[in-house]
Design a protein around this ligand. Structure first.
Ligand code: GDP
Ligand code: MG
Length: 278
């Protein structure tokens, strides 16, 4: 690599260096090239700059992309009561964990919630969410395995209205987007509970899968936003750029670990810091 005076490096070398970093961070090639083209355009007449200047410029470009996925308002500032949130997504992407973490987050911020155990399909799902509810001191409304998930959601909303509870969080069964029956069931829950917000959970570790899942779901069942989980793993969160650019839906929450507190409202600077650790 060419190092000029004052630690300056040729832009073309920096391009190569950062392309590698971006690809290792799960940013798609297309998005990486777009970022680097914008980067180059910022220095039209200059041959070399310092690495620090380069990082500052890249952070600015990348932040501009990420802020386009910010929701209009914090989940804490909604006006409707109860505010009904339904979670969708394939198995293992962290729906149940997200609900537990969100219930905890709401509680920390002085809000009340009740959970609908509408994953009545998978064995053990009701016990899993009840376990979280007990630990958090949050009520879980459930029936038995195999019962109608939309009836459970309905009951939960009735409960929330009667008790003046702020939020209803509806857990659902993991769906392969190819499974017709299960998709229809999902639509029924949506019809019956008419959620104020429906969120798709995706797994940051499966970057290209996440994109594909989001686009497939979008065709079949409308959702309003995305939750990206498992950002504490080796996943560096690059898939969030593709989500922000391609899906055109806000990103609401980030899951950053297995504990109830490992959760935050979507924050572009968290992603930037993972890609450019100091
Ligand atoms: N490391 C890590 N694991 C997570 C995160 N979110 C969920 N998990 C784990 O992923 C697995 C599946 O999560 P679960 O909530 O059951 O997914 P669901 O099938 O969509 O309900 C569980 O073992 C969770 O502990 C996260 O942000 N980080
Ligand atoms: Mg689950």
């Amino acid at each position: 690599m060419f190092h000029g005076n004052n630690g300056e490096i040729e832009i073309s070398s920096l391009r190569e260096e950062f392309l590698e970093i971006f690809l290792e961070s799960d940013i798609s090639l297309e998005v990486a090239e777009e970022i680097l083209n914008r980067f180059q355009a910022m220095f039209p007449k200059v041959k070399s700059i310092t690495r620090e200047q380069a990082i500052d410029a890249l952070k600015e470009i990348m932040t501009n992309i990420l802020v386009t996925a910010l929701p209009r308002t914090s989940i804490l500032n909604v006006e409707k009561k109860p505010y009904v949130i339904m979670f969708l997504g394939i198995n293992g992407t962290g729906k149940t964990t997200t609900i537990a973490r969100l219930a905890y987050y709401l509680k920390q911020n002085g809000k009340t919630s009740v959970i609908s155990a509408s994953d009545t399909f998978r064995a053990g799902a009701i016990d899993q969410i009840k376990y979280h509810g007990e630990k958090l001191g949050v009520r879980v409304i459930s029936q038995t395995q195999g019962s109608d998930p939309s009836a459970v959601a309905f009951d939960t909303i009735v409960h929330a209205k009667a008790r003046n509870i702020d939020y209803v969080l509806i857990d659902t069964a993991g769906r392969m987007q190819t499974n017709r029956n299960l998709m229809d069931e999902m639509k029924k829950i949506k019809r019956v509970s008419s959620p104020d917000l429906s969120l798709l959970t995706v797994d940051a570790m499966a970057a290209s899968d996440a994109m594909e899942q989001a686009s497939t779901f979008l065709k079949d069942i409308k959702f309003d936003g995305v939750v990206v989980n498992k950002l504490d793993t080796e996943a560096r969160g690059g898939s969030i750029f593709s989500l922000a650019i391609t899906i055109g839906k806000p990103i609401y929450f980030l899951g950053i670990g297995q504990e109830h507190g490992d959760f935050m409202e979507y924050d572009p600077s968290y992603i930037i810091d993972r890609i450019f650790p100091n």
